[in-house]
Design a protein around this ligand. Sequence first.
Ligand SMILES: Nc1nc2c(ncn2[C@@H]2O[C@H](COP(=O)(O)OP(=O)(O)OP(=O)(O)O)[C@@H](O)[C@H]2O)c(=O)[nH]1
Ligand SMILES: [Mg+2]
Length: 219
Amino acid sequence: MSIECDLILPCRNEAAALPQVFASIPDGFRVIVVDNGSVDDTAEVALGLGATVVSESQPGYGSAIDAGLSRATAPFVAVMDADGSFDGADLEPLLALVVNGDCDLALGRRRPTSIGVWPWHARLGNGLIVWWLRHRWGFVARDLAPMRVCRRDALVGLAVADRRFGYPVELLQKAVQAGWRIAELPVTYGPRAAGTKSKVSGSVVGTMRAARDFARVLS
Ligand SMILES: Nc1nc2c(ncn2[C@@H]2O[C@H](COP(=O)(O)OP(=O)(O)OP(=O)(O)O)[C@@H](O)[C@H]2O)c(=O)[nH]1
Ligand SMILES: [Mg+2]
């Protein structure tokens, strides 16, 4: 079977999460793990699970996604956080929307499985940026969506430049400016896998760092 969609998993110290993440990924996705400065055995675990592993020395979420995108070859590309908070089964309906031509970018709108999964500061920061994108650019979705699917060549064409956590915001802004049709579906958002640590928005300080990256790319 030819692979229709490459799935990029940005990974910084996610060895403990990867078995459960892989178990949830449906057939038909080629997984590209971008190991970005991990000090655990993320790369070894990913190889053992059958992933293509890319090692990226420049830190940052955007830098990891870009490294994965350069390795991708399938017509469609998906992205998902690899800390165990997402369910890979949610990728299929998102991919179907893009494959069927219903939209150019399919976004997963996070539905937390319990209170506390998505802390108030992360939610507030997300909501403010979404509000800005909506009022400034006419963005139609409700979440900055760490899970998303689109055509690979189209994403390459957007030339998202941010290499840190401003990447998703810049991507959405550019997608709207380029006239992409955006759709969103609810996706499960659960707790991070046991044994993994918060890297971004799990703390107030982490959220503030992400907010600084977000603000840098907003226009
Ligand atoms: N490659 C790479 N991936 C990163 C980096 N920082 C975070 N990630 C990955 O990006 C994804 C999102 O990071 P998370 O730590 O889940 O961020 P979050 O969901 O906003 O917040 P918490 O889960 O609460 O920390 C995860 O898969 C991380 O492993 C980085 O510098 N490089
Ligand atoms: Mg997370």
